[in-house]
Structure formats: C-alpha cells, structure tokens
Design a protein around this ligand. Structure first.
Ligand code: NDP
Length: 329
C-alpha cells in the first residue's frame, strides 16, 4: 500500500520537501474495523490550511502523519457489523490507497445512479457547502442578484445552479473562456473572466443595480470588487479565500470594508460541518435536481495514483479543474 505523509510544513506553495511517499503492508481489520480500498481522493483547497500549525476549525495535520483527505472507495474486508465487503463508502480516509477505519464518519453511498466522484463533489462536502452557505448565510430572494467567485469549481458550480433554481439573477466569475462557456450552460446570466482584470468595472457592468448576495470563494481583489458593488442589505458569504492560501504574508485589505456600513451589508464566515445534522436535507434536494436534469454535477478526474497527490494539490491552485477535482487512485 502507498501513502503520502506530511514531512515538513511548507511556507508558500508546498513542494517535494513537504511530502514523503511511503509504502506499507495492506492493513488487516481488527474487531470493529474495516479496510477500504480508496478509488478516488478528493483534492480540496482547504488542504493547504491543514498544513499550517495554527488554531483552526480542525487541528493541523501532524508531521509524519498521513495527509488528511476525503475519499471514496470500496470496503474490501470488514469486521464491523454495519459494513460488508463490496459496500461503496466515503469518508476521511487520507491520501492512501488502503485505509483502516473504525467506521466513524464513514457513509455508505449508492454508486449505481451517480458515480463515486459525484459523491465527493455535488453530493459530498462541496455540495453541502454550496447549499448551506447559500441558503443559510446568503439567504437569496428570487429577485436578488447573486455573484459567485470560483463559479466553475466544485462549490461554485452548485451555488450557481441552486441560485438559478431559486429564480435569482446569477453572475459567475471564473478563469478562462472555457469555464465561462460552461457557466453560461449552467444558466449564468452574466459571466466574468477574472483573467481579463478590471474586476470592479466588470462587476459594475454585470450588476448595475448592485449585488445582493456575494458568495466568496476567493477573497483578495475579487472581494474588494464585490464590496465596491453592493446593493443595500447585501449579504457576503465568506466561504473561502483561495487567493491567499499559499501566500507567505497576510493579504492587505479588504480595502473596501466601509461599503458594509454604507450599504448596511453583512459579511459572515461559516464552516460546513456545523450543518452536519442537516446534510440529508441537502443531499436529497441536490440528488433530486441531478435526477430531473436541473443540476449538472461535473468532475475533473486526475490520474497518476497516490504518488501524484503533490502535483494534484497544486492543480487546484492553478485552476486546472472544472467542477470537483478528484485524484483517481
Ligand atoms: P474549486 O473546485 O472551486 O477549485 C478552486 C478554484 O479556485 C480553481 O479552479 C480556480 O478557478 C480558483 N482559484 C485558484 N487560485 C485562485 C486565485 N489565486 N485567485 C482566484 N481564484 C483562484 O474548489 P472548491 O469548490 O473545493 O472550494 C471553493 C472554495 O470553498 C475554497 O475557497 C474552499 O476553501 C472553500 N470551502 C469552504 C468550506 C467551508 O466550510 N467554509 C468547505 C469547502 C470549501 P478559476 O480558474 O475559475 O479561477
């Protein structure tokens, strides 16, 4: 079996010195345990944050430990009453091909109608993030204009489609013409290619009456551009700030936060796991939309196995993914 361990905490972007790729025996389950053959590893922007030795919503990955990661795969041996060989499951299995688990936090999933990568994307943690971030923090009304950054990504693409289903006018921001074409297909009324620059002007042109909900996955200049274009009573959902995850120094700003005063707006952070008790509600709704064709779940599947993890992680910061990025084991 192969696994990726944290060798050293990076400053800036992770590199080869960050990781150790190790081999070990395939484990055997004890009483109450299962062994999962991991087929797909979820690549998440937050992984960079898990490498920092700081206080956060989860403890940092320890030096020498297997890198934390969500995954999907098949139970290959079980000494656990709730699991049998052949069960398709998702869970926090780590960056490895065989995981020993107590079954805690492991979900059995139905993998005939929807693929395992979709269970890591639209039906997994990113889909939950989109649903609860949008509806609980963004609280869009059908007449609202909703701006979404990293809109062609795992979380963003679900936010776009949920907001369209609610009847909102939706502006999607992504990097590059191909992603922008896909955003139109998803129903975006306006699209912004952030590589073309002039973000504040582009947002103003797309939302002349201001933005009621900004779903922020990016932070930095994009957040400032949104702050410069708010409608009265706007809600900003602080979902993530990927533009700063690899920065060696804290970013400046947000420079335009006084817009919150002028437009009586609010900006709230949230962590998806706070809504764990309600995941079934979101899974049911997103599954219904996938089934009736009103929601496209898309994934970018990267090959190369466990050893390709260091490069796959950098891919998410390069923006090579459309939809959810997963690594095929
Ligand atoms: P995505 O699938 O959206 O992938 C990340 C995308 O971000 C890239 O494809 C790229 O898209 C864009 N991007 C990368 N680097 C930059 C940069 N420097 N500036 C601007 N854009 C950049 O990832 P996820 O959907 O998994 O996550 C989206 C956000 O949600 C992240 O910030 C993540 O941390 C956050 N998140 C928060 C959770 C919570 O509980 N609060 C839970 C899960 C995720 P493009 O090419 O279009 O620029």
């Amino acid at each position: 079996a192969t696994e990726v361990r944290l060798a050293q905490r990076p400053t800036g972007y992770p590199d080869d010195s960050t990781w150790e790729i190790a081999t070990r025996e395939v484990p055997d389950p004890d009483d109450g345990q299962i062994v999962v053959q991991v087929e797909y590893i979820s690549i998440d922007p937050a992984m960079r944050g898990w490498l920092n030795d700081v206080r956060s919503y989860v403890p940092p990955v320890k030096i020498g430990a297997v890198m934390r990661a969500f995954g999907a795969g098949t139970v290959v041996s079980s000494q656990h009453p709730d699991f049998t060989e052949g069960d398709k499951v998702t869970g926090l299995f780590g960056v490895r091909d065989f995981a020993l688990s107590s079954g805690k936090g492991v979900e059995k999933v139905e993998a005939d109608a929807v693929s395992l990568p979709t269970h890591l994307g639209a039906l997994g943690m990113p889909g939950m993030t989109a649903y609860f971030g949008l509806f609980e923090i963004g609280r869009p009304e059908p007449t609202d204009t909703v701006l979404v950054s990293a809109a062609a990504g795992a979380v963003g693409s679900v936010v776009v489609q949920l907001a369209k289903a609610r009847g909102c006018r939706v502006i999607g921001v992504a990097g590059g013409p191909e992603k922008c074409v896909w955003l139109r297909e998803l129903g975006c009324d306006e699209v912004i290619d952030h590589r073309e620059g002039n973000l504040t002007k582009q947002v103003r042109a797309a939302a002349p009456d201001g933005v009621n909900v900004y779903f922020d996955n990016v932070g930095g200049d994009m957040l400032d551009a949104a702050l410069a274009n708010l409608a009265v009573g706007a809600r900003i959902v602080i979902c993530g700030a990927i533009s700063a995850y690899n920065a060696e120094q804290l970013p400046e700003g947000p420079r335009r936060y006084m817009s919150l005063l002028v437009f009586r707006a609010s900006m709230s952070g949230f962590v998806v796991t706070d809504y764990e008790a309600r995941y079934l509600e979101a899974v049911t709704e997103i599954m219904r939309m996938i089934s009736d064709g009103s929601l496209q779940a898309r994934e970018t599947v990267r090959t190369g196995g466990v050893a390709a993890f260091p490069e796959a992680l950098l891919d998410i910061y390069r923006g090579t993914n459309t939809g959810k990025l997963v690594l095929k084991v």
